[in-house]
Design a protein around this ligand. Structure first.
Ligand code: EPS
Length: 408
């Protein structure tokens, strides 16, 4: 297996350019593309309590420019486009140069890197507007995952001192989604949502910003996605990289995460059980009473739900500004204010759910090969069939393992 070889995602576009573009390459032919679902995820990404004025202008939706015919993928590279209604990049009056970098943003590092004192050159691409394009790619990947019974659930776990203890279970998905979607902050816990909203409201009064914790659970992955053979094949590392790369994320945890540092091994590792009557579940009969590993051991899925938690820092554009320096005069100045969000954590939870899904889809397409959905399904079924029949007997000719095995 060549790690990270199959599914590719690239985005292009500036925050105030004409459009955002997403290229996805490597999906099999024949996948039904649920455009309403993708647009629904883009709409969710635009929402959440604490967003700024931009989302009132935009109405994000994808147009497929390549790779899809009559609602199905053809196997060719896919191009999606999201227009920017607030397109004004070349209008100098409406997008003036920015000389006072915002602490926490890409402004300073990018300006020096590209040898300019105008932070706009950097901020237009560094902006979280790009996450609309990435979310579209992830939502497209979810069309593939759903075809194989793999579902994701992303939500807001905590913000400042408000944190929900909710533990998502696969059987509760519909109710959880309904509760989350009824919450203005995308937290499936009424009482905690209210407290989060109050904290965001206060931050706005204080001309400040807040971040928080977002979480994604993935249900239905068979055992064996990812690999322990190479550092860049390990699924936990890839998930962490994908989530950490979301604008403003500063930490990623899998399962018990940081709490592992405070417990002995006997209270961290999830004891293994086997029940043949559960062989049709993602764990193929193997189960755990706890899921501290967050569904990944040795860089591979272990049949339990995948649990990823991300920490988002507060948005770096503060209405009251922060101490900075003018890049031309080198004199102390307050950082520039660009229209922004007080809190974009709810949106980030949608982005996170979709980037996690993309990585899972990539690992899925590495394990199960096929140019078409039909071939992919055959590969998937063949593996499950073999795995359920472990231990396999070596054939008499000494060749590869064969599937003729009696019940264990
Ligand atoms: C965003 C669009 C941006 C910002 C925000 C997220 O729009 P504008 O800059 O025109 O107001 O609201 O971007 C940032 C947080 C950032 O740091 O750049 C979006 O579509 O999500």
């Amino acid at each position: 297996m060549t790690p990270m070889s199959t599914l590719l995602l690239r985005t292009a576009g500036e925050s105030h350019g004409p459009a955002l573009t997403t290229l996805v390459d490597g999906l099999p032919a024949g996948l039904e593309v649920d455009v309403a679902f993708i647009d629904g995820e883009l709409r969710r990404r635009q929402g959440g309590y604490g967003r700024g004025g931009r989302q009132k202008i935009e109405s994000d939706a994808v147009t497929f420019l390549a790779g899809v015919r009559r609602g199905r993928t053809t196997g060719a590279p896919i191009v999606m486009q999201i227009p920017n209604r607030d397109s004004r990049l070349d209008d100098l009056e409406r997008t003036p140069p920015v000389y006072r970098p915002r602490p926490g943003h890409a402004d300073l590092a990018g300006s020096v890197k590209w040898l300019t004192t105008d932070c706009r050159e950097t901020l237009e691409r560094a902006s979280a507007r790009e996450t609309a394009a990435r979310s579209a790619g992830g939502a497209l990947a979810r069309c593939l995952l759903r075809a194989f019974g793999i579902e994701t659930f992303g939500f807001v776990r905590g913000l400042l001192d408000a944190e929900t203890g909710v533990q998502p279970l696969p059987g509760d998905l519909d109710a959880l989604r309904a509760a989350r979607d009824a919450s203005e902050v995308y937290c499936p816990d009424d009482a905690v949502s209210e407290r989060m909203i109050a904290r965001i409201r206060q931050a706005k009064v204080d001309k400040d910003t807040v971040g928080g914790l977002a979480e994604t659970h993935v249900f239905g992955c068979p055992i064996g996605l990812g690999s322990c053979t190479h550092y860049d094949a390990k699924l936990d590392g890839r998930l962490a990289g994908a989530v950490m790369s979301i604008q403003a994320f500063k930490a990623v945890e899998i399962g018990l995460g940081r709490e592992c540092a405070h417990r002995p091994g006997s209270e961290v590792h999830d004891p293994i059980t086997y029940d043949a009557s559960d062989r049709d579940t993602p764990g193929l009969g193997f189960a755990r009473a706890s899921n501290n590993a967050g569904g990944i051991e040795g860089g591979m899925t272990n049949g339990m739900p995948i649990v990823v938690r991300g920490t988002m820092k507060p948005i770096s554009t503060l209405l009251r500004g922060l101490p900075s320096v003018d890049l031309n005069t080198k004199k102390p100045e307050h950082s520039a204010y660009e229209r922004s969000d007080v809190c974009a954590l709810s949106a980030a939870s949608v982005v996170m759910e979709n980037v996690v899904a993309f990585e899972i889809a990539r690992a899925f397409l590495e394990k199960f090969a096929g140019d078409s959905m039909t071939e992919l399904r055959a590969s998937y079924e063949a593996y499950l069939d073999l795995a359920r029949r472990l231990p396999l007997k070596p054939p008499a000719d000494g060749g590869g393992l064969e599937a003729e095995q009696t019940e264990a």
